[in-house]
Design a protein around this ligand. Structure first.
Ligand code: SF4
Ligand code: FES
Length: 233
Protein backbone atom coordinates (compact mmCIF):
# COMPACT_ATOMS: atom_id res chain seq x y z
CA UNK A 1 0.00 0.00 0.00
CA UNK A 2 1.15 3.55 -0.56
CA UNK A 3 0.21 7.19 -0.48
CA UNK A 4 -1.56 8.15 -3.71
CA UNK A 5 -2.13 11.67 -4.94
CA UNK A 6 -5.70 11.28 -3.72
CA UNK A 7 -5.05 10.22 -0.18
CA UNK A 8 -3.57 7.68 2.18
CA UNK A 9 -4.12 3.96 1.91
CA UNK A 10 -4.36 2.11 5.17
CA UNK A 11 -6.07 -0.94 6.64
CA UNK A 12 -9.20 -0.71 8.74
CA UNK A 13 -10.39 -3.88 10.41
CA UNK A 14 -8.54 -5.96 7.85
CA UNK A 15 -9.86 -4.07 4.82
CA UNK A 16 -7.67 -1.80 2.69
CA UNK A 17 -9.25 1.64 2.34
CA UNK A 18 -8.14 5.10 1.31
CA UNK A 19 -8.51 8.27 3.35
CA UNK A 20 -8.90 11.53 1.50
CA UNK A 21 -6.31 14.23 2.19
CA UNK A 22 -6.83 15.57 5.70
CA UNK A 23 -9.46 13.00 6.61
CA UNK A 24 -9.30 11.47 10.06
CA UNK A 25 -9.59 7.75 10.70
CA UNK A 26 -13.14 8.32 11.95
CA UNK A 27 -14.18 10.21 8.81
CA UNK A 28 -12.59 7.69 6.47
CA UNK A 29 -14.18 4.81 8.37
CA UNK A 30 -17.58 6.43 8.18
CA UNK A 31 -17.26 6.99 4.44
CA UNK A 32 -16.52 3.29 4.05
CA UNK A 33 -19.50 2.30 6.17
CA UNK A 34 -17.76 1.52 9.47
CA UNK A 35 -19.47 3.02 12.50
CA UNK A 36 -17.09 4.10 15.25
CA UNK A 37 -18.80 5.64 18.29
CA UNK A 38 -18.11 9.33 18.82
CA UNK A 39 -19.59 11.97 21.07
CA UNK A 40 -17.36 15.01 21.39
CA UNK A 41 -16.77 15.11 17.64
CA UNK A 42 -19.41 16.54 15.30
CA UNK A 43 -19.24 17.46 11.64
CA UNK A 44 -18.14 21.03 11.02
CA UNK A 45 -16.44 21.31 14.38
CA UNK A 46 -12.82 21.16 15.39
CA UNK A 47 -12.06 17.75 16.86
CA UNK A 48 -11.36 18.04 20.57
CA UNK A 49 -10.61 14.42 21.41
CA UNK A 50 -11.94 14.64 24.94
CA UNK A 51 -14.54 11.88 25.29
CA UNK A 52 -12.51 8.87 24.09
CA UNK A 53 -15.61 7.06 22.82
CA UNK A 54 -13.94 6.74 19.42
CA UNK A 55 -10.70 5.04 20.39
CA UNK A 56 -9.13 2.52 18.02
CA UNK A 57 -6.15 0.21 18.22
CA UNK A 58 -3.24 0.95 15.89
CA UNK A 59 -0.74 -1.85 15.39
CA UNK A 60 2.64 -0.96 16.88
CA UNK A 61 1.27 1.72 19.21
CA UNK A 62 1.10 1.20 22.95
CA UNK A 63 -1.97 3.32 23.64
CA UNK A 64 -5.36 3.50 21.96
CA UNK A 65 -5.84 6.51 19.71
CA UNK A 66 -8.88 8.82 19.34
CA UNK A 67 -9.97 8.21 15.74
CA UNK A 68 -11.66 11.63 15.54
CA UNK A 69 -8.36 13.41 16.05
CA UNK A 70 -5.95 11.11 14.24
CA UNK A 71 -5.17 11.01 10.53
CA UNK A 72 -4.01 7.69 9.10
CA UNK A 73 -0.45 7.11 7.91
CA UNK A 74 0.40 5.00 4.88
CA UNK A 75 0.15 1.26 5.60
CA UNK A 76 -1.15 1.86 9.11
CA UNK A 77 -3.19 -1.05 10.46
CA UNK A 78 -6.16 0.17 12.47
CA UNK A 79 -8.60 -1.95 14.45
CA UNK A 80 -11.87 -0.35 15.51
CA UNK A 81 -13.52 -3.58 16.63
CA UNK A 82 -10.70 -5.44 18.35
CA UNK A 83 -11.43 -6.70 21.85
CA UNK A 84 -9.32 -3.93 23.37
CA UNK A 85 -10.86 -1.12 21.32
CA UNK A 86 -14.43 -2.31 21.91
CA UNK A 87 -13.81 -2.80 25.62
CA UNK A 88 -12.60 0.77 25.94
CA UNK A 89 -15.38 2.25 23.78
CA UNK A 90 -18.01 0.41 25.84
CA UNK A 91 -16.45 1.42 29.13
CA UNK A 92 -16.55 5.10 28.16
CA UNK A 93 -20.21 4.81 27.19
CA UNK A 94 -21.10 2.93 30.36
CA UNK A 95 -19.39 5.49 32.58
CA UNK A 96 -21.21 8.34 30.84
CA UNK A 97 -24.53 6.49 31.03
CA UNK A 98 -24.14 5.99 34.77
CA UNK A 99 -24.59 9.75 35.31
CA UNK A 100 -27.57 10.20 33.01
CA UNK A 101 -31.03 11.04 34.38
CA UNK A 102 -33.55 8.19 34.42
CA UNK A 103 -35.56 9.76 31.62
CA UNK A 104 -33.65 11.01 28.61
CA UNK A 105 -34.29 14.64 27.66
CA UNK A 106 -34.24 13.83 23.99
CA UNK A 107 -35.32 10.66 22.28
CA UNK A 108 -32.46 10.80 19.80
CA UNK A 109 -29.68 11.11 22.37
CA UNK A 110 -26.41 10.26 20.67
CA UNK A 111 -25.17 8.60 23.85
CA UNK A 112 -28.17 6.25 23.86
CA UNK A 113 -27.64 5.58 20.16
CA UNK A 114 -24.06 4.45 20.62
CA UNK A 115 -24.82 2.55 23.82
CA UNK A 116 -27.46 0.57 21.91
CA UNK A 117 -25.11 0.09 18.99
CA UNK A 118 -22.48 -1.50 21.23
CA UNK A 119 -24.96 -3.37 23.44
CA UNK A 120 -24.00 -1.50 26.58
CA UNK A 121 -26.51 -2.55 29.22
CA UNK A 122 -27.45 -1.02 32.56
CA UNK A 123 -24.42 0.84 33.94
CA UNK A 124 -22.75 -0.83 36.92
CA UNK A 125 -21.39 2.40 38.40
CA UNK A 126 -22.95 4.72 40.99
CA UNK A 127 -24.66 7.90 39.85
CA UNK A 128 -22.79 11.15 40.60
CA UNK A 129 -24.43 14.10 42.32
CA UNK A 130 -25.46 16.34 39.43
CA UNK A 131 -26.32 20.06 39.10
CA UNK A 132 -29.89 21.27 39.46
CA UNK A 133 -31.74 22.37 36.30
CA UNK A 134 -31.36 26.00 35.27
CA UNK A 135 -34.63 27.13 33.69
CA UNK A 136 -33.88 30.84 33.98
CA UNK A 137 -33.62 31.47 30.24
CA UNK A 138 -36.82 31.96 28.23
CA UNK A 139 -35.53 30.05 25.20
CA UNK A 140 -33.06 27.43 26.40
CA UNK A 141 -33.45 24.88 29.19
CA UNK A 142 -30.22 23.83 30.90
CA UNK A 143 -30.20 20.40 32.54
CA UNK A 144 -26.58 19.56 33.18
CA UNK A 145 -27.47 16.25 34.81
CA UNK A 146 -27.47 15.04 31.19
CA UNK A 147 -24.20 16.76 30.34
CA UNK A 148 -21.33 14.51 29.27
CA UNK A 149 -18.89 17.44 29.18
CA UNK A 150 -18.11 16.93 25.52
CA UNK A 151 -17.68 20.73 25.09
CA UNK A 152 -19.50 20.75 21.77
CA UNK A 153 -21.61 23.63 23.10
CA UNK A 154 -18.45 25.54 24.04
CA UNK A 155 -17.03 25.15 20.53
CA UNK A 156 -20.42 25.99 18.98
CA UNK A 157 -20.72 29.17 21.02
CA UNK A 158 -17.09 30.26 20.85
CA UNK A 159 -15.83 28.99 17.51
CA UNK A 160 -18.94 28.81 15.34
CA UNK A 161 -20.99 31.76 16.57
CA UNK A 162 -18.09 33.65 18.21
CA UNK A 163 -20.32 34.60 21.13
CA UNK A 164 -18.10 33.12 23.85
CA UNK A 165 -20.83 32.87 26.48
CA UNK A 166 -20.31 29.20 27.32
CA UNK A 167 -17.21 27.98 29.12
CA UNK A 168 -15.88 24.96 30.96
CA UNK A 169 -14.98 25.79 34.53
CA UNK A 170 -13.79 24.29 37.82
CA UNK A 171 -11.67 21.19 38.32
CA UNK A 172 -11.98 17.42 38.56
CA UNK A 173 -15.37 16.17 39.71
CA UNK A 174 -16.58 19.78 40.01
CA UNK A 175 -15.82 20.66 36.38
CA UNK A 176 -18.91 21.78 34.51
CA UNK A 177 -20.31 23.90 31.74
CA UNK A 178 -20.89 27.53 32.82
CA UNK A 179 -22.36 30.64 31.26
CA UNK A 180 -20.24 33.79 31.51
CA UNK A 181 -18.95 33.90 35.10
CA UNK A 182 -21.02 30.89 36.23
CA UNK A 183 -24.22 32.94 35.96
CA UNK A 184 -27.72 31.54 35.54
CA UNK A 185 -28.22 31.29 31.80
CA UNK A 186 -31.09 33.77 31.93
CA UNK A 187 -28.74 36.39 33.38
CA UNK A 188 -25.88 35.65 31.01
CA UNK A 189 -25.05 37.38 27.75
CA UNK A 190 -26.58 34.50 25.76
CA UNK A 191 -28.33 35.78 22.63
CA UNK A 192 -30.39 32.59 22.20
CA UNK A 193 -28.94 31.75 18.80
CA UNK A 194 -29.54 28.06 19.52
CA UNK A 195 -26.18 26.87 18.19
CA UNK A 196 -25.42 25.13 21.49
CA UNK A 197 -28.78 23.35 21.48
CA UNK A 198 -28.07 22.02 18.01
CA UNK A 199 -24.63 20.90 19.10
CA UNK A 200 -25.62 19.13 22.33
CA UNK A 201 -25.72 15.34 21.87
CA UNK A 202 -27.74 14.47 24.96
CA UNK A 203 -30.38 17.14 25.53
CA UNK A 204 -28.57 18.85 28.41
CA UNK A 205 -29.30 22.01 26.42
CA UNK A 206 -32.75 22.05 24.88
CA UNK A 207 -35.30 24.55 23.62
CA UNK A 208 -37.25 25.62 26.72
CA UNK A 209 -40.49 23.73 27.17
CA UNK A 210 -39.78 20.81 24.87
CA UNK A 211 -37.55 18.61 27.00
CA UNK A 212 -38.11 14.90 26.41
CA UNK A 213 -39.47 15.53 22.95
CA UNK A 214 -37.68 14.73 19.76
CA UNK A 215 -35.76 17.74 18.56
CA UNK A 216 -35.03 18.44 14.92
CA UNK A 217 -32.47 15.97 13.69
CA UNK A 218 -28.92 17.25 13.88
CA UNK A 219 -26.93 17.10 10.69
CA UNK A 220 -24.32 15.22 12.68
CA UNK A 221 -26.49 12.73 14.55
CA UNK A 222 -25.34 9.11 14.19
CA UNK A 223 -28.65 8.01 12.67
CA UNK A 224 -28.01 10.53 9.90
CA UNK A 225 -24.64 8.93 9.34
CA UNK A 226 -25.47 5.29 9.70
CA UNK A 227 -29.27 5.03 9.65
CA UNK A 228 -31.51 3.93 12.51
CA UNK A 229 -30.29 0.99 14.55
CA UNK A 230 -31.42 -2.40 13.39
CA UNK A 231 -31.99 -5.21 15.86
CA UNK A 232 -28.61 -6.80 16.44
CA UNK A 233 -26.75 -4.03 14.63
S1 SF4 B 1 -24.17 20.81 27.60
FE1 SF4 B 1 -24.36 19.29 25.91
S2 SF4 B 1 -22.91 20.02 24.33
FE2 SF4 B 1 -22.38 21.09 26.25
S3 SF4 B 1 -20.76 19.83 27.16
FE3 SF4 B 1 -22.72 19.15 28.03
S4 SF4 B 1 -23.38 17.44 26.71
FE4 SF4 B 1 -21.78 18.54 25.59
S1 FES C 1 -15.27 11.58 19.50
FE1 FES C 1 -13.14 11.17 19.52
S2 FES C 1 -12.50 11.64 21.54
FE2 FES C 1 -14.63 12.15 21.50
Amino acid sequence: MSTSTNGVRFTLDGEAIEARPGETILQAARRHGTAIPHLCYADGMRADGNCRACVVEIEGERTLAPSCARTPAPDMKVHSRSERALHSQKMVLELLLSDMPETAYRQDSELDYWAAHLDVGEPRFPHRCQPEPDLSHPAIAVRLDACIQCTRCVRACREVQVNDVIGYAHRGAHAQIVFDMDDPMGQSTCVACGECVQACPTGALMPAGVAAELTPTQATSPSEWYGPLRAGA
